[in-house]
Design a protein around this ligand. Structure first.
Ligand code: HEC
Ligand code: HEC
Length: 325
């Protein structure tokens, strides 16, 4: 009996050792993904569109800034995108790099194609994979060019940001191909008509502003989507900041959807108001600067989607408060 147990133990140890060796020797993968053939423009209307996206709906500015500038960005100041935001989660410590055109510490040395590829395919300038914080794969060519054109137009700011560090779990995700480059769901459109229609609202909610990524339930460890679109229930555990959140249901289900009974005016006013909860991970400041067209389009889109009954009893939890199972 003792012998059998010892053998089983030995087998388990060998399996673990092989797995660890496999993970440690294969996680650091390089991906040879073609660089999109996009050129930044110096046209002022293109740059203006890029700036609107970066500080507004695409909310790049809520991450690519020093941590202590978050409240300034939320208030609407146009803080330089010199990077530094940090998030310590089970797959690793992630830091948003400096994306001003500084040659040494920013994006000055990267080509337009490298910048476009980071957003469209989630591949870093050095061909390694980026952790999926930036689900902008389906941006239209025009909006992607507008964003990189704006990035190029900023004054360079010197600010060295340490690179991100995957934990053992993050390395395992990479080794087993769960963390990999992303692709657009279909061939991205060249451009889209900017209008307060359901179609444009769908584009903002799913691609530009990523309402989808937070308001759909996901597995916290792998990031995999497990819930119905926009039905809420995604847990954002942010104990370091003192609060954790469960996102509300945005579908038009009369009983359980938070906005199901709001009219367009109430919806727009809620967005103009900014955050109610301190440290809400939703980029309310950036979204409070959305223009009327975008907000009306979003309102119409959320009215049009499939209602899902999913009661989220409570969305905000102080540290120590028990979250439902
Ligand atoms: C939720 C936070 C967040 C948002 C929003 C965000 N980023 Fe990032 N970004 C990051 C992090 C974190 C990294 C580094 C990820 C890693 O190291 O795996 C990164 C990496 C990058 C890189 C890669 C640079 C390189 O080394 O190749 C570029 C370019 C970039 N972001 C631009 C943008 C732009 C433009 C936007 C808006 C359209 C944006 N980001 C929005 C967090 C964010
Ligand atoms: C980074 C994650 C994140 C993103 C992106 C995000 N949300 Fe949220 N949202 C939350 C969280 C967490 C809450 C609950 C805390 C709060 O109310 O601030 C919330 C709350 C809400 C509420 C309820 C507000 C209230 O006062 O009852 C609405 C409406 C909403 N989000 C709509 C949207 C829309 C529309 C988008 C896209 C334009 C979006 N959210 C993008 C995380 C996010």
């Amino acid at each position: 009996m003792k012998k059998i147990i010892l053998r089983i133990l030995l087998a388990i140890i060998i399996i673990i050792a092989v797995l660890v060796i496999f993970i440690l020797s294969t996680w650091n993968k390089k991906y040879d993904v073609a660089l999109p053939d996009f050129k930044a423009s110096t046209d002022s209307s293109v740059i203006e569109r890029g700036k609107y996206l970066v500080y507004g709906p695409s909310h790049c500015a809520t991450c690519h800034i020093p941590m202590d500038k978050y409240n300034d960005v939320e208030k609407g100041l146009q803080i330089p995108l010199s990077g530094g935001w940090e998030l310590d989660i089970p797959p690793g410590i992630f830091r948003a790099p400096n994306i001003t055109p500084d040659i040494e510490t920013g994006i000055g040395k990267y080509t337009d194609g490298q910048l476009a590829r980071a957003l469209r395919h989630s591949v870093k300038h050095d061909n390694s994979v980026l952790f999926p914080f930036m689900p902008y794969q389906d941006l239209t060519d025009e909006d992607l060019i507008a964003i990189i054109s704006f990035l190029r137009s900023q004054p360079p700011v010197k600010n060295k940001v340490k690179t991100s560090q995957l934990s053992f779990l993050g390395k395992a995700l990479s080794a087993f191909g769960l963390l990999k480059p992303e692709n657009p769901k279909k061939i991205p459109q060249k451009s889209i008509k900017i209008d307060s229609t359901v179609e444009y609202g769908k584009y903002i909610a799913n691609t530009v502003a990523n309402c989808y990524g937070c308001h759909t339930e996901r597995n916290i460890k792998t990031g995999e989507f497990v819930g119905k679109p926009f039905a809420g229930g995604f847990r954002m555990i942010e104990e370091a900041r003192g609060f954790s959140f469960i996102t509300p249901n945005l579908t038009p289900d009369k009983e359980t959807g938070v906005i199901a009974n709001w009219n367009q005016k109430a919806f727009i006013e809620r967005f103009r108001q900014g955050p109610i909860y301190e440290f809400s991970p939703m980029p309310w400041g950036a979204f409070s600067r959305l223009n009327e067209i975008d907000l009306k389009a979003l309102y119409r889109y959320f009215q049009s989607i499939e209602p899902v009954k999913n009661k989220i009893e409570k969305t905000v939890f102080r540290n120590g408060e028990k979250m439902p199972e």
